[in-house]
Design a binder for this molecule. Structure first.
Ligand SMILES: Cc1cc2nc3c(=O)[nH]c(=O)nc-3n(C[C@H](O)[C@H](O)[C@H](O)COP(=O)(O)OP(=O)(O)OC[C@H]3O[C@@H](n4cnc5c(N)ncnc54)[C@H](O)[C@@H]3O)c2cc1C
Length: 557
């Protein structure tokens, strides 16, 4: 491949993703022009002119290697991440979490970027998309309006969103399948896992839902509710039977064990092809996380459910990545235009920086005339890229890292703790083989050598021996457009189902939209809330101040 453009990379946005992208490209010897609009133009949440300002919590979540966010950070360290490196240097005691002094952290990133001989920082708001060579747009959830408009024109107005409404996702292993049945309304298809309710169970659920504690949003988080995308608790408040005639309606469903139609049904939709995670259809919500856990566990079959993602509704600018993006972080419309950070539909500080790392390396490789890379799916980095670019575009919602995104182990491993450790071993072995194979720059990990002593996993061995990892090519060039999706959307013919609520798109609800499941709000969390996530959370001590916004903490994170 010959080199592209002006011999430099433009990065727009000096946040977590933009700084990481700029750093990675510059470390490869490619000149970088980094645009940041602050302090001249501020977002509603940033308070300083520092690069990589943490807008809310000062926790980068777990730093334990067998937790998903810990694994992701370790992979990034081994690829010389600026963001994780600065976080390590600015760390303050945080139990098992990587918690930082936010001022020291942002200043360390700012200095590293400003002092880098290959990076030039320009403090101005970019209002249009440059067309003179490789560009990474990393302008985050609060992207400047003019640029968002330009992006919308380029990608298509249906594929850029300004709000985000997300339903909870539960771990399949924690569902009681004995209490559920497979089926779709009026169709003999195992598209949904149905949790049937008797009237008594429904009443208990309804009472808990209508009295549960909600997250009170900050002013800038205030978004209007749209009829097609109401929080589940808001619908419940409208009347005792509103849900039973709405998203929980049992019509077209018969419980094979009783041969009867249940009083109400909660439908769970598989979130991935492996059916290791399930989405609660139509459960976008503003309930506090502890309340989601308490109330949603009243659903038959979910009594012991563990939540991989909680529901929320919040402000967010992001693209429909399965439609707009390739796993190289190139846009589908332009080979030399990359997206990074929260804009790509990943969720969270560290996920945003991870997307920046991959986009920055690939943008630099494009300039250098080298093949672009797709990270192996067995790594946390690759799993994120894979998920956002292959998820069902109809139901796409931002995603944080969790082990459900990595391919299952074969043969399966139990219990969960052992499984997660083995997934982390496989991820690091695979990453090491990938780094060697592509001659990537190697940084220093915190858990160097942790994965050795374990037999080389099949994928890592194949990569070492020069073959491709199963299921994906690692060198993209342009051939990454094949969106696969296994998720079926069910809708009754000729009828707009009320459980299929539209996500807010472009600041308004798209009426024909079938994004039934996806909802909501960063919840202010106190230390207890964050600690109370169960299974491994207690020991992490990820304490945010009472004003901090809630975060996407996957179980075990
Ligand atoms: C209110 C809020 C709270 C959040 N709290 C957390 C949390 O506690 N934990 C967590 O993990 N995640 C949190 N997130 C989500 C997300 O992880 C962060 O927003 C994260 O900073 C995203 O990284 P980014 O690099 O994509 O965007 P940002 O870090 O926001 O960086 C984008 C940068 O681009 C600049 N910019 C925007 N438009 C332009 C333009 N046109 N020209 C030039 N510069 C521009 C902005 O000034 C900003 O510096 C929060 C998000 C929001 C909105």
């Amino acid at each position: 491949m010959s080199s592209v453009g002006s011999g430099r990379v433009i990065v727009i946005g000096g946040g977590l993703a933009g700084c990481e992208a700029a750093w990675q490209a510059a470390q490869l010897g490619v000149p970088v022009l980094l645009y940041e609009m602050r302090p001249r133009v501020m977002t509603p949440t940033h308070k300083t002119g520092d690069l990589a300002e943490l807008v809310c919590s000062n926790s980068l979540r777990s730093d334990l290697i067998d937790k998903p966010a810990g694994l992701l950070k370790e992979e990034m360290r081994r690829l010389g991440s600026l963001i994780v490196g600065c976080a390590d240097r600015a760390a303050i005691p945080g139990g098992g979490a990587l918690t930082v002094d936010r001022t020291k952290f942002a200043q360390a990133v700012t200095e590293a970027i400003q002092d880098h001989p290959h990076i030039t920082v320009v403090r101005t708001a970019v209002t249009d998309i440059p067309d003179d060579g490789p560009t990474v747009i990393a302008t985050g959830p609060l992207t400047h309006e003019a640029l968002a408009e330009a992006l919308r024109r380029l990608i298509g107005s249906d594929f850029l969103y300004f709000y985000d409404a997300v339903s909870p996702i539960v771990d399949a292993e924690t569902i009681d399948f004995e209490r559920c049945f497979w089926g779709a309304r009026y169709r003999d298809e195992p598209a949904y896992l149905n949790c049937p309710m008797t009237e008594e169970e429904y009443r208990r659920f309804w009472e808990a839902l209508t009295t549960a504690e909600r997250h009170v949003p900050h002013d800038f988080e205030q978004i209007p509710f749209f009829e097609g995308c109401l929080p589940i608790e808001e619908m419940a408040r409208r009347g005792y039977l509103t849900l039973a005639y709405g998203p929980l309606r049992p019509t077209g469903l018969r419980d094979p064990r009783t041969g009867r139609r249940p009083f109400a049904v909660v439908q769970l939709r598989p979130e991935n092809a492996e059916r290791t995670m399930f989405n609660l259809v139509g459960f976008q919500t503003t309930l506090r996380w502890s309340e989601q856990r308490r109330v949603f566990r009243l659903i038959p079959g979910l009594e012991h459910a563990e939540f991989l993602r909680f529901g929320y509704i919040h402000r967010n600018t992001y693209v429909n990545a399965p439609v707009a993006l390739r796993p190289t972080y190139q846009t589908k419309v332009r080979d030399d235009l990359f997206l990074a950070g929260q804009l790509t539909g990943v969720e969270g500080y560290i996920e945003s920086a991870a997307a920046g790392l991959m986009a920055g390396i690939n943008a630099a490789r494009l300039v250098r005339g080298e093949p672009l890379l797709v990270w192996p799916r067995e790594t946390a980095l690759g799993a994120l890229a894979h998920y956002i670019t292959t998820a069902d575009p109809k139901h796409f919602a931002p995603m944080n890292i969790h082990f459900g995104l990595l391919p299952p182990l074969d043969p399966p491993v139990r219990p969960k703790d052992r499984r997660y450790r083995q997934m982390a071993v496989r991820a690091l072995q695979t990453l090491e083989a990938f780094i060697r194979r592509h001659g990537l720059r190697r940084g220093v990990g915190k858990y160097e050598g942790w994965e050795t002593g374990h037999e080389l996993s099949g994928v890592a061995a194949r990569l070492r021996d020069g073959g491709p990892a199963p299921g994906h090519g690692h060198e993209d060039p342009q051939a990454q457009d094949d969106d696969e999706d296994s998720d079926e959307t069910h809708q009754e013919p000729g009828r707009k189902s009320t459980d299929q609520v539209g996500r807010h798109r472009g600041g308004h609800h798209a009426p024909g939209d079938q994004a039934e499941d996806d909802a909501s709000m960063r919840e202010p969390q106190d230390g207890q809330e964050r600690r109370g996530l169960g299974d491994g959370h207690e020991k992490l001590g990820q304490v945010d101040g009472p004003d901090s916004l809630a975060w996407m903490v996957a179980p075990g994170d």
